[in-house]
Design a protein around this ligand. Structure first.
Ligand code: SF4
Length: 234
């Protein structure tokens, strides 16, 4: 069983609880207007790993994981390589390594369900709560992410909802209220995490000769975003 990995981060602290080995899987079918990793879109641009080799690489760092840390599979969109991701997580769990999946919930099929059976936590990205915005700026119906969240809820998988706060696009009271309503309707959600929109990715778009759709959108103020996050979680 092999998969394509864009890059790895040995000791990450922002993609799931504690200190984590983060593998960014290559390939994503979406084209989010705010995407800061357009270099992960193409699956074949990644390095080929066996599931055993990736699990082994994560295990090298287990002394740093402590009580909460472990492995996170992010992307790109890891659901596009769900069978591979499931095998990586299965092998990690065999070694007692905590598993966390960072996804947009783009698809739900048998491979994805198998992957979920090996997940200790999911970070579910819900960028917009309005279907029109979602379709325009993500490229799929909002319902896909909500169906995915319902599956997480049925499985009682601890879930963090993540949202990039994008000034002038999704930072309205209405949007935050809708996000909180979604979280409260799904008891598996124990946290909402807000991330400030930044434009450091512009250089990647320039290098790839692509237009950054949100180039003219202002960056978010991290302190205001943090305050809003505290409000949403109390
Ligand atoms: S799902 Fe993630 S990697 Fe894919 S386009 Fe959206 S932000 Fe980029």
């Amino acid at each position: 069983m092999t998969g394509f990995v864009h890059s790895v981060q040995s000791l990450g602290t922002v993609d799931g609880p504690g200190v984590r080995f983060v593998a960014f899987l290559a390939g994503c079918p979406l084209r989010c207007s705010c995407c800061h990793n357009p270099d992960t879109w193409e699956k074949m641009s990644g390095t080929e790993y066996t599931a055993a080799a990736l699990a082994e690489k994560a295990a090298h760092f287990r002394d740093y994981f402590g009580d909460k840390g472990g492995i996170t599979l992010s992307g790109g969109e890891p659901l596009m390589q769900a069978a591979f991701a499931a095998e990586v997580f299965r092998l990690c769990r065999e070694r007692g390594i905590n598993t966390c999946l960072d996804t947009s919930g783009v698809v739900l099929n048998d491979d994805v369900r198998r992957l979920l059976s090996h997940c200790d936590r999911v970070l579910l990205d819900i960028k917009y709560t309005d279907d029109t915005l979602y379709r325009r700026h993500v490229g799929m119906p909002l319902q896909n992410a909500l169906d995915f969240l319902n599956e997480l809820n049925e499985r009682k998988i601890p879930t963090t909802i993540r949202r990039v706060v994008i000034p002038t696009i999704n930072d309205t009271d209405e949007n935050y209220t809708a996000l909180r309503d979604i979280a409260q309707a799904h008891p598996c959600v124990d946290r909402i995490e807000l991330l400030p929109f930044k434009k450091i990715c512009q250089v990647k778009y320039d290098e790839m000769n692509l237009a950054f759709p949100f180039a003219a959108v202002p960056e978010a103020d991290p302190r205001a975003v943090r305050k809003r996050e505290i409000l949403l979680n109390t």
